[in-house]
Write a protein that binds this ligand. Structure first.
Ligand code: B3K
Ligand code: ZN
Length: 881
């Protein structure tokens, strides 16, 4: 809990560790009430450390210390000092390695913060990243101290028949009093944040994978007994990921065993502990009737992500936590590409960019903006952000774009070869890319240090006489906290040109064959690019594939956008044209609403949608994305002052009018693709479900019996969760008379499936209906709600505050007060989850004066809370600053 002035840690203060720990022998006498930990460390002064001093300071928090021995001799209490956050041994040998033995105990059952060793249902498990190992025992808890771990687990056989830790199982046996033990040994040196143990009554499914060099790896997924029928998709995903990493990066798995454990109480998605990944059940469990198509996709993505960390994160790890994007940005980029290869590249890219633009751009423009390699933090857990992860992945993607797939692969090969077994920096990564390709990336490095989303202003000038187009691009980056007047970045802008008849115009290059697409490399604050040999003025398709995380400002008429929507051969830009087109129309309607004018729908959009609906599509998922109106959050980001009611009204107006004018086409589309399916997960079936449910969403805007019946029938006959959820969501966001009945039916049907009940909570929390806030308050007292379960908190409190713009931002401030009450209650239970919830209040500057005041009042109430955790304090106080 907070001391008066929580300490800020700075990147510039980094120094190498004074001591190294080569070997760690751990013994856990496991018990939910009190677990005893014995840790035997082989320690040595770090020859690279210049500082003198005989003290050794180990980190530790909330530990009950029983004793310390040095080289087998118990130390008297005068030889060491225990503080709230450390154990200081006054004098340790300076020239020789020495052995330090520490005995302490911890209480997993009362650990509601879920960091260190904790209890989830009947099992015990750990979470150590970033600084959780210090809640297990005293240690040099920093990622540049890498040690070999041996772990012996002792526990009651009935309560904890399965005992797991990192590496390979080396021995085990029976003990008195119905107890047993198992020993594990991990042959790879690792930082302690990758340590893990699990104990519990778990069942497992097993499979194997033969690596590219012919080694057979045993694969195991451990879950509670009633979930054993929901693991096969995760297993298949793991095998797909292992193969993909061999094929695309030449990376082979290194241990003989790979284990995944699913736990119901988890602060985030999953954790890449060496050889023993621990996952939120949400990213493991799936059966067609319990998980949606998007759940299936996320499971494969997260399984891939954690698996890919084995190289990008574990074999090569971070020197310090400021370098987090080194492993996270790179690994997100890897998992994005994996999912794109497994599903639809076009759809995956659009989904990723949509998330980046709606959420990361907001973070980058707000009070908590930070570079992908932050300069300082109070609590590192607050820096597992969209910026570090998603913008970090975009930065890696730009390297991929600039160097090409082969150049990038050469760079990653060199990086892994050069730094295997080391803890390194973002700069080491860029250096490997540079060296392998003989490229100068010095200006590119600024992406790691500069916060804020760059803006590109684009001007075009076509000269018919010279048949030339001049494209002038100016780049600028807004000021962010602590950063002003930033120098220009190195930005790759993929560009294509379209002729007025819609065909691709070839781009001439000096002395080379003409190309369909080129990469403009921006390095100056302003640059002009000239394209020649253009008989007519082309339409520019800019920033193809969203080749850089920037905002492009270019004047486009609705007609030009409709043209791009019809003809652009870049799948991302085609979707972007649809978004801009409907976005501009919705913005106009918002102005009409604010000006008290009556609303009419511009026929350009009806015409454009009509054309899309006439075409035949191979990729039905892509087709449904083209038909989707821009996100409310995206629309909000385009406004000077966010007006939640006007956004909602304008967007609904467009949806309803499109549904009215294109009713027949949507109805036909629904009928064409609706099947009573039991759930195949190939691209065709997923696409069919997606387009059919998009059509249903439009039809439901008509609020007539025909649509109500369609949805109710789909709900009751659904063989997949995708169809059941889509129908229920359509119904509860309508005035259908059966909605309460169907909600009750759904609850009764699924009350034993926690992940489905999470959906039930989230659906109600995100409803646009007027009684939503009252419902949310009621749900807080529902017997299935549990403030101690992060998934449940996210599905009710998180969904309401982060995904229900209309009701959370209700003008009377009731949503803000509600959220603050929950944050304060959570602060003492689980500071990490509590701090995440504050994010809904951080964007207060974007709202009107009255809401600003209401949000600030609540942020202040949070900051003034007694015993505020440093997690929550950091986010709330920086938001107010
Ligand atoms: N590395 C973990 C995240 C740990 C978060 C600690 N607060 C999961 C991942 O990114 O793969
Ligand atoms: Zn990760």
């Amino acid at each position: 809990m907070r001391d008066a002035n929580p300490q800020t840690i700075y990147l510039k203060d980094y120094t190498v560790p004074e001591y190294l720990i080569h070997q760690v022998d751990l013994e856990f006498d496991l018990d939910a009430e009190q677990t005893r930990v014995t840790s035997r460390l082989t320690v040595q002064r770090n020859p690279q450390c210049q500082s003198k001093g005989k003290e050794l300071t180990l980190m530790g928090e909330g530990l009950i210390l029983h004793g310390v021995s040095l080289n087998g001799e118990p130390l008297s209490v005068g030889c060491y000092l225990q503080t709230e956050e450390s154990l200081i041994i006054h004098e340790v040998p300076q020239t020789e390695p020495f052995e330090l033995t520490i005995e302490n105990s911890i209480s997993p059952r009362t650990n509601t913060a879920f960091e260190g060793l904790y209890q989830s249902s009947t099992m015990l498990c750990t979470q150590c990243e970033a600084e959780g190992f210090r809640k297990i025992t005293y240690f040099l808890d920093r990622p540049d101290v890498m040690s070999k771990f041996k772990t012996r687990l002792v526990a009651d056989k009935e309560h904890y028949p399965v005992l797991l830790s990192n590496g390979n199982k080396v021995a085990g046996g029976e003990l008195d009093n119905n107890r047993h033990w198992v020993s594990w040994e991990d042959p790879f040196a690792k930082p302690c944040y990758l340590f893990a143990l699990v104990a519990g009554q778990l069942e497992c499914i097993e499979d194997y994978f033969v690596t590219m060099s012919g080694r057979e790896i045993t694969l195991q997924i451990f879950v509670e007994a009633h979930d054993v029928d929901k693991c096969w998709h995760a297993m298949q995903s793991l095998k797909n990921a292992m193969r993909w990493d061999e094929e695309v990066y030449g990376r082979e798995y290194d241990l003989d065993l790979y284990m995944i454990v699913a736990v119901g109480h988890f602060n985030m998605g999953a954790m890449e502990n060496k050889g023993l990944n621990i996952f939120n059940t949400k990213f493991v469990l799936a059966r067609p009737d319990t998980a949606t198509d998007s759940d299936y996709e996320h499971i494969e993505g997260v399984i891939g992500h954690e698996y890919f960390h084995n190289w990008s994160g574990n074999r090569v790890t971070c020197r310090d936590w400021f370098q987090l994007s080194l492993k996270e940005g790179f690994t997100v980029f890897r998992d994005q590409e994996f999912t794109g290869d497994r599903t639809s590249k076009a759809v995956k890219r659009i989904e990723d960019v949509n998330m980046l633009r709606t959420r990361q751009f907001a973070e980058d423009a707000g009070p908590l903006a930070h570079p992908i390699r932050p300069d300082s933090y109070i609590e590192i857990n607050n820096f597992y952000t969209l910026t570090v992860y998603e913008k970090g992945a975009e930065v890696v993607r730009m390297l991929h774009t600039l160097l090409g797939a082969d150049g990038f692969r050469k760079g990653s090969d060199l990086y892994f070869q050069r730094h295997d077994g080391q803890a390194v920096t973002c700069d080491d990564f860029v250096k490997a890319m540079e060296d392998a390709n003989a490229r100068d990336l010095s200006q590119f490095r600024r992406w790691y240090a500069q916060a804020g989303t760059p803006v590109l202003d684009v001007r075009q000038q076509y000269d018919a006489d010279s048949k030339q187009l001049r494209l002038t691009i100016t780049q600028s980056c807004p000021d962010t906290p602590g950063q002003k007047n930033k120098p220009p970045l190195h930005i790759p802008v993929k560009t294509g040109l379209l002729r007025p008849d819609g065909a691709v115009a070839m781009i001439e290059q000096n002395g080379l064959d003409p190309v369909e697409e080129t990469i403009l490399e921006l390095i100056e604050a302003e640059q002009t690019f000239t394209f020649s040999g253009l008989a007519e003025q082309p339409v520019v398709s800019l920033l193809r594939g969203f080749s850089a995380p920037v905002i492009v400002k270019i004047q486009r008429s609705l007609e030009e956008l409709a043209f791009l929507l019809s003809y652009d051969n870049d799948t991302f830009n085609r979707w972007e044209a649809a978004q801009q087109l409907s976005g501009q129309i919705i913005s106009g309607l918002i102005e009409d609403i604010q000006g008290g004018r009556s609303l009419t729908l511009n026929p350009v959009i009806v015409d454009a949608y009509g054309k899309l609906l006439q075409q035949s599509w191979d990729d039905l998922s892509y087709f449904s994305l083209l038909l989707q109106l821009p996100d409310q959050t995206y629309l909000a980001s385009q406004m000077e002052v966010i007006d939640v009611e006007a956004i909602h009204r304008a967007r609904e107006f467009v949806r309803k009018n499109l549904a009215e004018q294109l009713r027949e086409q949507f109805f036909r589309l629904y009928q064409q693709y609706h099947r009573d399916e039991t759930g195949r997960f190939d691209a065709d079936a997923i696409g069919r479900r997606r387009i059919k449910n998009t059509a249903l969403h439009y039809l439901m805007a008509l609020e007539n019996d025909e649509a109500y019946d369609l949805a109710a029938q789909q709900f009751s006959r659904a063989g997949t969760m995708t169809d059941q959820m889509a129908a229920l969501s359509a119904i509860i966001n309508s005035h259908s008379p059966v909605k309460q009945d169907l909600l009750n039916d759904f609850y009764l049907q699924w009350q034993d499936e926690a992940l489905v009940i999470d959906k039930w909570f989230a659906l109600q929390a995100t409803s646009t209906m007027p009684d939503t806030f009252a419902k949310v308050q009621e749900l807080l007292h529902h017997p299935s709600f549990d403030l101690k379960n992060p998934n449940r908190v996210r599905s009710l409190v998180g969904a309401f505050s982060q995904a229900n713009m209309l009701h959370f931002h209700s003008g009377d401030g009731s949503g803000y007060r509600f959220l603050t009450d929950q944050i304060i209650a959570l602060n003492s239970l689980n500071p990490q989850v509590a701090a995440r919830m504050v994010s809904a209040l951080t964007q207060w500057r974007r709202h009107d004066a009255s809401r600003q005041q209401l949000m600030r009042t609540e942020l202040q109430r949070i900051v003034d809370t007694d015993r505020i955790s440093k997690d929550v304090f950091e986010v709330a106080s920086k938001s107010l600053a």
